[in-house]
Design a protein. Sequence first.
Length: 455
Amino acid sequence: MKRRNFISTVAVSSGALLGAAQCSPQKDKQTAAAPEPAVKPDTLAAGLKLQTGASILEPARQIPVIAETDVLVAGGGPAGVAAAIAAGRAGAKVILVERYNHLGGLWTGGLVLPLLSTHGLDKKGGFKQVIFGIGGEINSRLRELGMSIEEVNPTIDPEAGKYVLDAMTREAGVRVLYHCWVSNVVLENGWIKAVILETKSGRVAVAPKLVVDGTGDGDVLSLAGESYENMKYHIGLVHRLGNIDKIDKSRPGFEAQEIGLPTPVEGVNWFNMHGDDDQDALDLNALAGLQQKYRIQIWENVQKIRSKPGYEKVFLLDTAAQLGVRMSRILDAEYRLTLEDTMTYKSFEDVIGVSGAWTSLMYKGKRVTMRERPWWQIPYRALLPKKTENLIAAGRCFCFEKALVEDTRIIGTCLVTGHGAGAAAAVAAQSGVSARAVDVKQVQALLRQQNANLG
């Protein structure tokens, strides 16, 4: 069968990629008399020199719609994977889009190996596991492989993590598209009709019923024109050291060096980096500069370690494939989760999950330790954009107060919000309704069926 016989096409003005946050086939037809661009494409042939600050107008093009799906999940990090698996197990047709060559995002490719916030204080004063569902299952599978250590906030092996996530998405019937990323959306009356992807096969589109934004940076919600706040935060780069088990403490002149923390693989430690404070994760120049700076810094630091007596056999095993972005866009959703909510066992009728804590924080002038902090519910409304009807946020871009950033951005919470978003997307798609109109009771029933903890 010829390609044109099974691929439908949609005309989209790709010029919107340089400016506006949304595009619409209908509106494009009405904007033929748009203002003249700063530089016309045909003037380039005449030898016009482009300068910084100039702009160009990309000609409109036909973009092939390569698939229709119930749920499109953008981003294959912990949130996106949990969403895709949840929706796939519910019987929805799911496509998961990932820009790198692996699933797990910062958890695996970023070498941020601890699954944090697995436990919290219950109302009876017991410090107990609170993350179950798909996140708990992933950790259980890794533990069975001997690739997850510690019960509270376990640390995993990244390659084992990639394997387990690939296996689980395949089992759930999820179609994973690697090496592509979302570059735009087509909106019509508040609904995302198509998601445009940049790929090695060119620019293509997928037509979804529901979309889950699991990009971490909230790329889809931004393209859809949703309001958000860009939170500047410290960005680092994780690396691993090998031959830790061959450190010779008997060598004359031996002094303990900082060598990171253990992983499930003997002799291999992971080494976190705080990095520079107040960095803008949406600034391409900042990201480029930090990437280069950190890699040089890591190499030189490891050489200093190797120069110390007893550490001669230690070596740099690898640096993370992803820069350690901790925070960027925070969605302005139907509800903003507060610090007060998380410290008082606030109950939500639309709860979609429960998370715990991994660090201490200040509350009412007092420092509260990890083991003193309550488990906390996450309401579905905190995942719901105010404008776009078929979009759900998951992962670190959902709606919360900045005081909660250390709990909301980490792997455990991302797995929980992803699970909730995927279940809601599946129910909405199968019911033919918007994300906002979905029956939350039905979503909660599905989550309980998938062993999620709702408190």
